[in-house]
Design a protein around this ligand. Structure first.
Ligand code: IPE
Ligand code: IPE
Ligand code: MG
Length: 239
């Protein structure tokens, strides 16, 4: 870390939309799944780097509720990569004290994957370092829908009255309950959209988009995002 970096304010919670794996592979005349394999390596390296900087919470968007629309071969290849990386992550992030939590609808995965997810969460739950949320089969609209259904059930049971519902009652029913909203959301691959990522939580997040494709994203790209974040004037609707 250079001196310029050490004076910068670090966001507490960073979200990353890891996009551009397919284009990275296509540019090289390779099948899309190869891009996902390289992307998984970036995931491993950058997570450790971000943790070493002192970021408290990192949320990585790995697979959306809409990504099932892709050809079955690509979805199959992605699931295979997930399984491999979950197995590696069990030991990989141990020394960094990284705690892993999965956000999204796990029920869509096969039983082996669900087992791996549960095992990963269980093994890492007492770690004291960065919280790493991996968004898998995650969709912001789905998350809000679950929260609404849960609230309706509590209203029906007489636990809460409709007029007493507050923003907190919604927040506490999201996957990210008790976690501060993301301060900075980075998207690789050049698109300027959220693609259903943390819709409720991103109300006042700073958005940073880079043309860099995810497999090429490195420590200096992350540092650049932090430098730009420090130029932003966050007003939260005030003056
Ligand atoms: C992101 O890369 C990974 C997933 C959505 C699983 P893409 O596969 O979307 O890559 P591009 O956007 O097609 O290049
Ligand atoms: C967003 O990327 C989802 C993930 C990175 C997991 P997509 O490639 O699915 O998004 P769109 O289709 O460009 O909006
Ligand atoms: Mg994409």
């Amino acid at each position: 870390m250079n001196e310029k970096q050490s004076n910068l304010i670090l966001p507490t919670h960073v979200g990353i939309i890891m996009d551009g794996n397919g284009r990275w592979a296509k540019k090289r005349g390779l099948p899309r799944y190869v891009g996902h394999t390289y992307g998984a390596q970036t995931f491993r390296k950058i997570t450790r780097y971000i943790s070493s900087k002192g970021v408290k919470v990192l949320t990585l968007y790995a697979f959306s509720t809409e990504n099932w629309k892709r050809p079955p071969e690509e979805v199959g290849a992605i699931m295979k990569i997930f399984r491999q990386y979950l197995t590696d992550a069990l030991t990989d992030f141990r020394d960094d004290e990284i705690k892993l939590v999965f956000i999204g609808d796990k029920s869509a995965f096969d039983s082996h994957m669900i087992e791996l997810i549960n095992e990963t969460e269980e093994i890492s739950k007492n770690r004291k370092g960065m919280l790493l949320n991996i968004a898998m089969n995650y969709g912001g609209r789905n998350e809000i829908l679950y929260a609404v259904k849960n609230l309706c059930a509590d209203v029906k049971a007489g636990i809460i009255q409709p007029n007493d519902i507050t923003d907190k009652d919604i927040q506490s029913r999201l996957y990210t309950a008790n976690i501060p909203d993301p301060d900075l959301i980075i998207r690789t691959g050049g698109e300027h959209r959220l693609s259903n990522f943390l819709l409720y939580q991103s109300a006042y997040s700073e958005f940073y988009s880079t043309e860099t494709l995810w497999p090429d994203f490195n420590a200096s790209d992350f540092d650049k995002a932090i430098e730009e974040y420090n130029q932003r004037n966050r007003r939260f609707g005030g003056v």
